[in-house]
Design a protein around this ligand. Structure first.
Ligand SMILES: Nc1nc2c(ncn2[C@@H]2O[C@H](COP(=O)(O)OP(=O)(O)OP(=O)(O)O)[C@@H](O)[C@H]2O)c(=O)[nH]1
Ligand SMILES: [Mg+2]
Length: 481
């Protein structure tokens, strides 16, 4: 891995499209020299001489003088033709910059033509166009961020809710990295003692007793489990959750979607089979992003379009984090379907008895009791028409999806699948080490497992890493970050 990049990279750092301001960023050992070729400060000072972290008004120039004519005339008369735009320029001397290298940012008008030309000018003057995520990758390679923090940069950019942003900011401050580092140092300490024991085995000197080793490993394992226990909630908080509404035709699925979204997103009619496709829309409740998915009603049919719709319903259901099974109270009650309806199970899902406005209180009581007896899901009666039960439903969805509230100090949350896998790997290596200690297996084998666990944790923060892992992580970034 090249740990000290020699070249200077550049990219448009703001999103494509029109904007008030657009920024081109340069980073690397020649950032200042390149900037000098394309930036003329209005103060007439050279950019090489300005103080770090100060903003300067400037003309941004094309470094290539158009060909033709006498050179001095050309320089004089064509100077203005070289101006691409005017803007503000800031130089940030490394290591006090995002990448820990010398960085120059050129703030100009947010036009894609201007920004494209400024980036081109940087390239003509000696920079290379950056790969996606390359600025953050450099920050990592230069030791400014650990890998969890680099990933948190991406999470911050991609955060779709307050909660996701809060978690990303915690990780950006290095809370996860620090905790993982502590666990890793503890394991490395134990490993050193075990390895010392291997070297002196002839003399029968023991550096750590098996009982002490066991208790230290158990403590570490418990901490890893505690972190893993936050992973499911953490993932949902970070990425949001998919809540899929399913049921027979005409039970009110689309009505429910519209009512939860507070907009007329899906067509509602009293004709069974109205919804033929999967319809989804996102909302943020209590800081958590939820994607609500409405589906085609499930029934026996020979209609090919409806059959395809139902296929999609099933696949949406499989991809959901939570399913809302909707039933029509009147249908269950009046048509005496009760004995024939198969009810779902599962702690994560909810059974909704909709249209309770159509039945009387005693029938509802009987119906609810009957349904509750036949499912392990929580059962909620509601009427989308009158709004009864909707608030209760929202609360249930929120609490079923994530028990975690960020208001209480939770400690570190694991939100990333990569971190979770590495923690699981570390956990299973420690478990193997514990078994070996218990069964009196030689120290060499225990050392291998301890090394495996420490390496797995090292992969989280990036102390141990490979180009492969880095490429995978940084390719998810946008260019310019
Ligand atoms: N009385 C009453 N009618 C409701 C309620 N919710 C929905 N409806 C009516 O039930 C009918 C069907 O509603 P939809 O939302 O289209 O039902 P759906 O489950 O999406 O139906 P498909 O798309 O055909 O699968 C419409 O006429 C709604 O107005 C309710 O709580 N009470
Ligand atoms: Mg529908």
């Amino acid at each position: 891995m090249d740990r000290a990049p020699e070249d200077t990279i550049c990219a448009v750092a703001t999103p494509p499209g029109e904007g008030g301001i657009g920024i081109v960023r340069l980073s690397g050992p020649h950032a200042l020299a390149i900037a000098e070729k394309i930036v003329r400060l209005r103060s007439n000072q050279s950019i090489v001489l300005v103080s770090s972290h100060t903003l300067h008004l400037a003309d941004i120039l094309d470094p290539e003088i158009p060909p033709g004519g006498d050179e001095s005339v050309r320089n004089h008369t064509r100077q203005h033709e070289r101006v691409i735009d005017e803007g503000l320029v800031v130089f940030m001397k490394g290591p006090r910059s995002f990448t820990a290298e010398d960085v120059v940012e050129i703030h100009c008008h947010g036009s894609s033509v201007v920004l494209g030309r400024v980036a081109e000018a940087c390239v003509t003057a000696g920079a290379r166009l950056a790969q996606p995520g390359e600025f953050t990758k450099r920050a990592f390679l230069n030791g400014r961020l650990d890998l969890t923090q680099a990933e948190a940069v991406l999470d911050t950019i991609k955060a779709k809710s307050d909660v996701a942003l809060k978690i990303a900011q915690r990780h950006l401050r290095g809370e996860l990295g620090r905790q993982v580092d502590q666990l890793r140092s503890r394991l490395l300490g134990l490993l050193a003692q075990v390895e010392a024991g291997i070297d002196f085995v002839e003399e029968d000197i023991s550096f750590i007793g098996r009982a002490d080793l066991t208790s230290s490993l158990q403590k570490t394992l418990a901490e890893i489990f505690a972190m893993l226990a936050t992973a499911e909630s953490g993932r949902v908080l970070r990425e949001g959750a998919r809540v899929v509404i399913v049921g027979r035709p005409n039970v009110g699925k689309s009505s429910l979607l519209n009512s939860l979204l507070q907009e007329n997103r899906a067509i509602v009619t009293d004709i069974p089979g109205t919804t033929r496709d999967v319809i989804e829309e996102s909302v943020v409740w209590d800081g958590l992003m939820i994607t609500l998915v409405d589906t085609a009603g499930l029934r026996e049919t020979t209609d090919v379009v409806e059959q395809e719709g139902m296929k999609r319903t099933r696949s949406a259901q499989e991809q959901g984090d939570m399913v809302l099974y909707v039933f029509d109270a009147a249908e269950l009650h009046e048509k005496n379907l009760i004995e024939f309806v198969p009810l779902p199970g599962g702690d994560q899902d909810l059974v909704l008895i909709n249209k309770i406005d159509l039945i009387d209180a005693s029938s509802l009581k009987r119906l609810s009791g009957w349904v509750e007896e036949r499912t392990t899901c929580k059962v909620l009666p509601l009427s989308v028409r009158t709004g009864a039960g909707l608030e209760e439903l929202k609360k249930s969805i929120r609490s079923h999806l994530s028990q975690v509230s960020l208001e209480t100090d939770q400690g570190v949350l694991v939100t990333n699948v990569r971190h979770r896998r590495a923690l699981e790997h570390a956990g299973s290596s420690i478990r193997e080490a514990l078994d070996s200690v218990r069964n009196g297996v030689e120290l060499e084998c225990i050392a291998v497992d301890l090394r495996g666990a420490a390496d797995a944790l090292g992969e989280i923060t990036g102390v141990i890493t490979s180009d492969d892992i880095l490429d995978r992580i940084f390719s998810e970034f946008c260019i310019g970050k």
